[in-house]
Every structure is written in structure tokens, then in C-alpha cells.
Design a protein around this ligand. Sequence first.
Ligand code: FAD
Ligand code: MLT
Ligand code: ZN
Length: 474
Amino acid sequence: MNEHLRRAPAPDLLPRFAAIVGDKYAVTDPQTLAPHLIEGRGLYQGVTSLMLRPGSTEEVAAILKLANETKTAIVPQGGNTGLVGGQIPFDGELILSLTRLDKIREVDASSNTITVEAGVVLQKAQDAAAAAGRLFPLSLGSEGSCTIGGNLSTNAGGTGALAYGIARELVAGVEVVLADGRVMHLLRKLKKDNTGYDLRHIFVGAEGTLGIITAAVLKLFPQPRAVETAFIGLKSPDAAVKLLNLAQARIGGTVTGFELMVRGIVEMALKHGHGNRDPLAGAHPWYVLMEVSSQQSEGLRDALETFLGDAIEQDLVEDATIAANLDQRKAFWHLRHSLTEVQKPEGGSIKHDVSVPVAAVPAFIAEASAAVEALIPGSRPVPFGHVGDGNIHFNVSQPVGADSKAFLARWTEVNAVVDKIVLKYQGSISAEHGIGKLKRESLVKVKDPVALALMRDLKKMLDPNGILNPGKVL
Ligand code: FAD
Ligand code: MLT
Ligand code: ZN
């Protein structure tokens, strides 16, 4: 850490920061600050005396200029849905909330782009695209509250990545405020722009450590004319991977969703309410929620029915049901998106957001489950997630009736066992949630040392005083 860096803003600086945004948007009331200091899983509790809520890029620039001159640390925050603690001020740093930058600046249907400010909630961007007859395909369980700035800063993945790509692939341009307050205007709508280094990607996935994203141009796609959604019961992750490959080759449409779930987590979803109902009559060891989309308005449902019928005959699928209407489709997705929440009533849960090559997913799940169960007898691995991206949320619930504190105290030990298997398959210990505070120590162990050195050089160059989100990522 930079030895001159001031983690908590000096008291005499508070009025100077407040003057930039106006007193109304310089929040000091502990009750208003409280929800910005805890993250969803309850893993972290932060502390701060000030949250600034700028209303323009210029105000963000003025805040950073002052912070840089006075060596005052800043923690950027969007919707506070991040799962690695990146948005939490741990040492009294001031929070820079981007939520007032919430304008959709332009939807350009002909260029297939939407230009939004960083604080726009993901769902609002999706809705604006839909109103123009376009699709913005990034989709996460948190889409009702996470922001575009947070999505880009974490390089979010989600359920649409299989067909449309992760956040990084959905960005055409960015507007970024640098640590010294300069504004970099790269809000281009261009697919082709070979004028030197492509700097937009440095800030995507940087988790607020290299600059503040204030706006972005995002790529849009045609709205599919037909969408069909199936809930499928099967024997194993191996059957799921085979089914995915077959579906991608055979169905006359695009596989736009393919989410794997073990029975254990579906049981949690059914047990803990949220209005979930079992879509299939009998129980199956594994499930897939599969969505296919097409630009042809006719024939997709028949194609899916035939495909699933064949898959049942080939013993790849045990049972399946196709959503009969929009409400049923929403119910399938609701069940899938409730999986983060439904683990909570089951007590302590040790998380892994990992990826391995798709072909290695079945072996990874089998080996990691066996290793974790051997380490903590009675522990309950509940793997689920974006199997088509090789991205599994390998979460482990505590043994029934165990002491949750004692179980969570074994977090690092369990991580080590799982990460070892991830690395054996040349996988990644952070597939889509980022590094933040949670995986900072693990990063040093797994990242190529030359790449890590380059990351540190880049950080020093772009943020020499270390004011941007100190203690995160690096
Ligand atoms: P925050 O949590 O506020 O911040 C996240 C990080 O970005 C922090 O490091 C913060 O400092 C930085 N940051 C925020 N805004 C800016 C900005 N404008 N400029 C620079 N830095 C900034 N993630 C996935 O990838 N895939 C999923 O499927 C998924 N599902 C989820 C489901 C649930 C129910 C929940 C609670 C979370 C899920 N997440 C998922 C994680 C989370 O929603 C994403 O990481 C999301 O992108 C964070 O957006 P946010 O606005 O809440 O950012
Ligand atoms: C999801 O895909 O639902 C989230 O990324 C997983 C999580 O909450 O761990
Ligand atoms: Zn996920």
C-alpha cells in the first residue's frame, strides 16, 4: 500500500468533497449508509463516514482530482450486489456511489447500440433495448438492482454469455474518469477501430481499481422471434454436456441458455418458498434449464419437442417439460435465479465461482464433491451454474445441524481443496464474480507471475497514489 494514502478522508476534507456534489448528495447519516456497508452474503461489514453521490461525469472528475491531490482513498459502488467484497469500504474509505448517473443517453437501433450511464440498472437497459425492438442479452439474477458500471467493472457473465458473450464482449465503448480526474472519452459505436491499443478493455473487469466507468456504449442484438424454454431431468453432468453439444449441432435455433442444477439445490429452491414448484413429476439427480431462440417465428417448439424426444430415446434425458406459456417460462427462470437466496436458510455455505474447460466439467464436479465430502463428512456440495461456459458455482452447504461459524471457519481449507482440482484442469478460480477482497490472496498463488507483475505496473501507472479501491484485486 502507498504509505501516504489516507484510507478514511481527513475531517477537514469532508466539506470540500461535499461541496462538489452538494450537501444533499454527501451522505453521512449512519442509517442511510448502513445498507451500503454490507454485501448480500453477509460475509463482509464495511465502515465509512461519507458516501458521495455525484450527478455527472464532471462531478466524478472533480472528486477524483481532489482525492488524488489529497491522497484520499475511494471505493466505487454501483448496486452493491458484487459477490467478492469489491464494493465495500473496509478501512473507512469514502464510497463513490454511481447510482445517480442513471440516464439512458441514446438507443441507436440501426447501429445496434445503446449508450448508458454507469448507474443505469441492468434491467432498465434491457427494457430500453426491448422497447426499441432489440435485445441486450446480459442477464443476471441481480439484474433488478445491479448497474451497468458494476457489470462492466466485474466483467459479469450470467446466463446469456453462452450465446452472446460476457460483459467484455458486449462493450463497444466507454467513458472513464482516471485517478487524476482526467476524462477519457471512448464512447464509440464502432465495431472496427484499429487506432492503436484498445484501452476500453483495461477498465472492464478492473473492479474499480484503475478508473471509474461513467458511461458505456453497449452492443444490441435482434430480439428473437421465437423462444422456447425446457426444464430437463437427467442422470449426470456428463449427460448435460453431451446434450448441450447435441442441441447446439441439431436444433434449428440458437441455444441461448443452458443452466445445470444438482437435485440438492433444486430441493432447497422448492423447500424455501419463493413460490417455486417442481416443474417435473419425479425427482432426478440433475437438471438443466435450456432455452433456445430463433429468428423464425414458426417451428421452434416442434424442433425442441422432437429433439428432447430423441434425447429421451437415447437415454440422455430422463424427463423434460417445455414451458407452455410465458408465465411458466418465467417460473422456470425464477427457480433458477432464486438459487443464491435459497442456500441461505440452509446455514453456512462455502462458495466457489470457478471455470474449467466444458469437457472437464463432469470430472471436476465428481472429484471436487468427493474431496469436499471427505474433508468435511456430511457437507453438501450443491453445484449449479453456467455449464455451457464451463462455469460452475461449486457451493458447499454445511452439514445439517452443524455449527455454521465452525463450518465457515474452514472456508480457506475447502477453497484450497477445490481450487487444486480446478487448477488440475487448467481452470480459473474466478470465472465471473471477480477477485475483490475475497480472492486477493488466492490470485497471487495462481496468476502467471509475469502477468501479475504487468498488472501491478499498470496499476502504478494509472493510479500512482493508489487511491482507487485499495486492497482489492492486487
Ligand atoms: P457493485 O457490487 O456495486 O460493485 C462491484 C465492483 O465494481 C466493485 O469492485 C466496485 O468497486 C466496482 N464498481 C462498481 N461500479 C463501478 C464503476 N462505475 N466504475 C468502476 N468500478 C465500479 N455475477 C455474474 O457475473 N453472473 C451472475 O450470474 C451473477 N448472478 C448474481 C445473482 C445474484 C442473486 C447476486 C446477488 C449477484 C450475482 N452476480 C452475478 C454478482 C453481481 O451481481 C455482479 O458482479 C454485478 O455485475 C455487480 O454490479 P453492481 O452494480 O451491483 O456492482
Ligand atoms: C448465479 O449464477 O446465480 C450467481 O452467479 C451465483 C451465485 O450467487 O453464487
Ligand atoms: Zn453465475
